[in-house]
Write a protein that binds this ligand. Sequence first.
Ligand code: COA
Ligand code: AMP
Length: 633
Amino acid sequence: MGAYAEIHARSISDPEGFWGDAAKAIDWVQAPTKVLDGSDPPFYKWFPDGKLNTCYNALDRHVERGRGDQAAVIYDSPVTNTVRTITYSEMRDQVAHFAGALKGLGVGLGDRVIVYMPMVPEALVAMLACARIGAIHSVVFGGFAPNELATRIDDAKPKVIVSASCGIEGKRVIPYKPMLDEAIDLAKHKPDACIILQRPQVAADLSAGRDHDWVKLAAAAQPADCVTVDANHPLYILYTSGTTGQPKGIVRDNGGHAVALYWTMVNFYNAKPGDVYWAASDVGWVVGHSYIVYAPLLLGATTVVYEGKPVGTPDAGAFWRMIADHKINILFTAPTAFRAIKREDPHGEFFRKYDTATLRTLFLAGERSDPDTIRWAEDLLKVPVIDHWWQTETGWAICGNPLGIEHFPVKYGSATKAVPGWNVQALDNDGQEVRRGDIGALVVKLPLPPGAMLTLWQAPERFKSSYMEQFPGYYMTGDAGFIDEDGYVHVMTRVDDVINVAGHRLSTGGMEEVLAAHPDVAEAAVIGVADDLKGQLPVGFIVLKAGVTKKPDDVVAECVKMVRDRIGAVAAFKLATVVDRLPKTRSGKVLRGTMQKIANAEDYKMPATIDDPVILEEIGEALAKIGYASAHK
Ligand code: COA
Ligand code: AMP
């Protein structure tokens, strides 16, 4: 048996022994005497009687053990021409002061703090400060519109919101404060206070009595010590798209999270303390939470905060410059970033200008890595390129090539094997395992390993109905795919209305809700169509109400604006078309899957239950008008 097979088998047959050993890498205030409490499935609790502080494990312990002068964070912002290094000592001090500022505003154990920030190191300071005092952070991605922020404010009910005067998207300065003010106006719940980081590009107006200037508040605050919390105390809530416009608040704990993330740094990413680890993502996504903030710092590595894009800031050599300037050892990003670079620099002219010898590995996730992109990256970088599959819910990789254990040959189009801790299976509709090579629903046998979500914020029933009831005893990932003879897992598609645009997870159901709110729209459907750069793009189909005299193009333009205003620019909703009818089954279900196949010029079978086959021809014609192929069968 190879090292991987043995380790994976033990993680499944003896999870308590396995994770009990892994827990020794974490500093506990009270070491757990029990590893797993499975008395109330599907609500499993890891390390139920352990006590710790995540911020202590991420910062203080490294300072105490001699890493104080090592860089904890390197901030590189081509959009503001800034490079800043923050050592572990400096980071601990900044976090302690900001934690004191939060305490001064009345934030305590279990209180929620929303963080709505661009990619600046202060975003990490805010998150770690919450962890330090046992508050629960909920980071909202800056590309979401005020309405989405308001939904999250109402669900999380934060005592304080932390934000900045602006974000910078390429050459555009985006004022955040007006969006924050609008969100607070829209929300029913009102925070007691807001802390605003004033950036030189835009000065935000502060409302007297509610808003505080970050720098002044932190300077006046007493540094706060780490508070001991139960292992199961929530560390954060991170909202993610489901099938409706109401996002799901994924809850993650302190203990299991710290143990699992530390374990992945050593065993999956093959990283060492002192390495420079760059996850080119955003703190608003789970990749940012796990691999910009927590995992590299738990290990004692240096993490990189990049405020820029793969292309255009200033050119397609941006990533290579970063690697050369900061001696980056490990790069983690989404395939879409590499497609963007490849499109602008197909022959790697920019790459040859930089010395990237420090780079050991490229990891890709967030969407399926298409074989062309992997091959292109391998040829260019001459280092292993590792696809790995994971989700906001799981917090870390479900499948991948575990470089710290064993390096398997790459099969293009597969995320390699189940990572230790994950018992992955492909099931048919009756819950039976399909044959190797056959497509099924990808599920994970319970218990999920440490670091996976505990529940949904104040919605345990939704947690059960969304993930745990379809296949009792298993977590339904929402992805479908197959496991081949060698145990390689091939993730092929989502089974729900979630789409993946530039590595960002979006709900077509949420966009449909916005379209349906337009006064001239009778009904609407949104599907994800294949896109060479972003993987998928949303396309809307709009049926007008009888008697509407407005020009269809005008309604389309208004609908596009509505989605941008209500969900945000990140939805990338720019294409829509008016149709007479939507194709449906006789029971009234919209045939989105078939529409998607038509848009992507894929073969499709006429659904047996279709109400009126002619409508599919009309859909094909409407798609052709906006530039999508129609492959009729
Ligand atoms: N604040 C405000 N607006 C934001 C934003 C933020 N934090 N992030 C994105 N947006 C805006 C973009 O400016 C864009 O606006 P536009 O429609 O006016 O041009 C829109 O949201 C869509 O963004 P995106 O889909 O990211 O497109 P893009 O053209 O700006 O960039 C890529 C395309 C491929 C370069 C970019 O998506 C990228 O770098 N991806 C890297 C992968 C990644 O971060 N994945 C996250 C999970 S790992
Ligand atoms: P998110 O929760 O935003 O991380 O999105 C998770 C979803 O992205 C998964 O359910 C998959 O549909 C998709 N995904 C992420 N990584 C991969 C991958 N390596 N291969 C295939 N799909 C992926």
